[in-house]
Every structure is written in structure tokens, then in C-alpha cells.
Design a protein around this ligand. Structure first.
Ligand SMILES: [Mg+2]
Length: 119
């Protein structure tokens, strides 16, 4: 069985580095904004989950979520919102828009792995 594969969409290079370490037993695909994320999701329709930032240039996380939920081929991929503290409204809206779960930054390694293990 090949390693499960996750798509990380975030405009912070530091976050991508961190996910490379945290998710080292998985395959990780990287995207720097929502548009890049849509392209990568189309290239990797076999991804097991998406870890999504909200605040990003070009296409933000909410716009990405709406786009992927409207795509029949991609809409069932679970999306986990990685949100910044103090953005409770965004998190709520994301859950209403079909996100699977959310994790608040800063988060710990175990919390993230537990959510991913449950997918
Ligand atoms: Mg951001």
C-alpha cells in the first residue's frame, strides 16, 4: 500500500516546512494559494485530505473551499481548515461551507495527526 497523500495549501513557507516534518510518514503535495491548490488537486485526485489556510493571496481558503465543493471530481476530499486564532467567524463559515474539521494555529503535532488518522 502506498503512503497516504495530503495537499497542504498555505501562503507561509514556514508552514510547509513544518508540515513536511509533521507528515513525514505521508506523501505531501504543496500549494501556496487557492488557485495553486485547485491545480494541484486536479493533478492529484487521489489525495486523502486537504489542509487549508484561510488568508492567502490570489484565491483565499473560503474561495478555494467553494470551488472544490462545486467540483464533482474533488468535492468528497475532506478539507481541514488550519485557522489563525481570533478568526472564529471564518472557521464557522468554513464548517457551514462543507469543511470536514478545523484546527486552530498554533496547534500541536498530536492534534493534527489525530485528525488526519480519522479521515
Ligand atoms: Mg495565510
Amino acid at each position: 500500500m502506498s503512503a497516504r497523500k495530503f495537499l497542504v495549501i498555505d501562503d507561509s513557507k514556514l508552514i510547509h516546512k513544518m508540515f513536511n516534518v509533521m507528515l513525514r510518514q505521508y506523501e505531501v503535495v504543496h500549494a501556496m494559494d487557492g488557485l495553486d491548490g485547485l491545480a494541484k488537486a486536479s493533478q492529484h485526485p487521489d489525495i486523502d485530505g486537504i489542509l487549508l489556510d484561510i488568508n492567502m493571496p490570489k484565491m483565499n481558503g473560503m474561495e478555494f473551499l467553494a470551488a472544490i465543493k462545486a467540483d464533482l471530481a474533488l468535492k468528497d476530499i475532506p478539507v481541514i481548515i488550519i485557522s489563525t486564532e481570533g478568526k472564529e467567524e471564518d472557521t464557522q463559515r468554513a464548517m457551514e461551507a462543507g469543511a470536514y474539521s478545523y484546527i486552530k494555529k498554533p496547534f500541536d503535532h498530536k492534534q493534527l495527526l489525530d485528525v488526519i488518522a480519522g479521515l
